[in-house]
Design a protein around this ligand. Structure first.
Ligand code: NAD
Length: 472
């Protein structure tokens, strides 16, 4: 049984003043594996004050000094790669392959950002002005439970590259992952206060970060619903706000696609991270004339997936992260049936043989219309909706007929055609015949999937403010 009751403030682990204790439950067996005491608003104020004190010195550091800090952070998290992988599996049931990827990504994102900063001009001449790209100030980095280590580190990398001190607030559902990442980052030996980390509820710690006048920037990843609350709260002190939010992405299977090779990719995108991924391709658009073939292949591929122990590299789908997530998925499957969709595979309840753990059956519906709840709302579990279309125009129309616009996936055997379709899709990222993006490319959403971009140059600029100096 592990117990955490510390926050990382001003370069050290200090006891939190908050009193709420939460249990940490292994979602694969529902056993309590630890407890954590959450930080409260007072702790948040302390963390903000520490970041504020560190800001002016950090803001004056040179590019070389920041690159050095990023490299130290990279080595520090690299040393804990396996541990980060293991707690990701243990705390929220991330399947081995995904958890392994995340554990490697966390060091890679510091390396990538160092490379971006190396090539970036922090000063430039525009007309008669000298334009200086300055750090925006203290940043609050707010992180969801479904992508803890990766989001903490990628936001921190951009903040440090820009010269912004930060307060990181991971989700209150991720004490184990937060602790291991915090310990690793501490090992880098950066000056105190440059980054501070505390676990707390959105209603107090999150609210303090969104309203405190000493916070200049919020970089938030989470649901659209929370993003709206944060944006409203932040505008009072005119905080710069970047929001990476909810998705309901479409996979467009064009009629010339090679279905046997595309369907496994489609399912990989739909069920990524047990379906708990903002970028999940949860609407599969298939040409009506080839629908039967697509459904057969989907059924066959899902049947071959192994649901089970997330620590086993052969497992495709592990448990959902929490009991609440399990219940949410049941509710959506129920809604799908009630609204008249046809069950291709899966359905309600636990898969056979699973008495403990938040396991659900990977579920696919066909005969889905785009106005059904399961096609409109983010489900956040392994549930895929197949929607038939008549022609390319209709496929594009259906894909775009969503309030969200994070990712889109296009499968076609003609690259010109796929690119033409991509140019008409309303999404921050379009992936053609693949399901993973380029980590230096901008990442973010259009419409209600977000504001702003992360990663690479765009991620760096989200923490910078342009100052024009014009002399007589
Ligand atoms: P959430 O919105 O419930 O919480 C996200 C974070 O915000 C948590 O740290 C939470 O404590 C905090 N928070 C909650 N209320 C707050 C408030 N009033 N003020 C400040 N902070 C507050 O989201 P979640 O359930 O943790 O994560 C799942 C959601 O995140 C999904 O919708 C998913 O699509 C989205 N997501 C988006 C991306 C992306 O890059 N676009 C990536 C991962 C997850």
């Amino acid at each position: 049984m592990r117990s955490f009751n510390h926050a990382y403030i001003d370069g050290e682990f200090v006891p939190v003043q908050g009193g709420e204790v939460v249990q940490i439950i292994n979602p694969a067996n529902e056993k309590i594996i630890g407890t954590a005491t959450l930080a409260n608003r007072q702790d948040a104020k302390r963390a903000i004050a520490a970041a504020f004190r560190a800001q002016s010195a950090l803001g004056r550091t040179t590019k070389t000094e920041r690159i050095d800090m990023l490299k130290r952070l990279q080595s520090a998290v690299l040393a804990r790669t396996d541990e980060i992988r293991d707690v990701t599996i243990e705390e929220y049931g991330g399947p081995f392959s995904r958890a392994k990827w995340v554990s490697q990504y966390v060091s890679q994102c510091f390396a990538n950002t160092a490379e971006v900063l190396e090539r970036y001009d922090l000063t430039r001449r525009i007309g008669t002005a000298d334009v200086v790209m300055e750090p925006v100030g203290v940043a609050a980095l707010i992180v969801p439970w479904n992508s803890v280590a990766g989001t903490m580190c990628s936001k921190l990398a951009s903040a440090i590259a820009a010269g912004c001190a930060s307060v990181i607030k991971p989700s209150e559902f991720s004490p184990l992952q937060t602790q291991v990442v915090a310990e690793a980052l501490h090992e880098a030996g950066l000056p105190a206060g440059i980054f501070n980390i505390l676990l707390g509820r959105g209603g107090d710690v999150g609210d303090e970060l969104s309203t405190n006048p000493d916070v200049a920037k919020i970089s938030f990843t989470g649901s659209t619903q929370t993003g709206k609350i944060i944006a409203r709260a932040g505008v009072e002190t005119m905080k710069r706000v970047s929001l990476a939010l909810t998705g309901k992405s479409a996979s467009l299977l064009l009629d010339d696609a090679d279905f046997p090779s595309a369907i496994p990719l489609v399912l990989g995108a739909a069920f990524l991270n047990n379906g708990q991924a903002c970028v999940a391709g949860t609407r599969l658009l298939v040409p009506r004339a080839r629908q039967a073939e697509a459904i057969d292949l989907v059924r066959e591929n899902v049947a071959a997936m192994r649901v089970g122990d997330p620590g086993d590299p052969a497992t495709t789908i592990g448990p959902l992260a929490t009991q609440a997530q399990y219940e949410r998925i049941q509710r959506f499957i129920h809604l799908g049936l009630e609204e008249g969709a046809t069950l291709v595979t899966g359905g309600k309840g636990h898969p056979q043989g699973f008495d403990a753990g938040y396991f659900v059956k990977p579920t696919v519906f066909s005969g889905v219309r785009n106005d059904m709840t399961i096609a409109r709302e983010e489900i956040f579990g392994p549930v895929l909706s197949i929607i038939a279309y008549e022609d390319e125009d209709e496929a594009i129309h259906i894909a775009n007929e969503s309030i969200y616009g994070l990712h889109a996936y296009v499968f076609s055997s003609q690259s010109d055609r796929a690119r033409r379709v991509a140019s008409r899709l309303e999404a921050g990222t379009v992936l053609i015949n693949r399901v993973s993006t380029d980590l230096l490319a901008p990442f973010g959403g259009v419409k209600q999937s977000g504001i702003g971009r992360e990663n690479g140059v765009f991620g760096l600029e989200a923490f910078l403010e342009a100052k024009a100096i014009v002399t007589a």
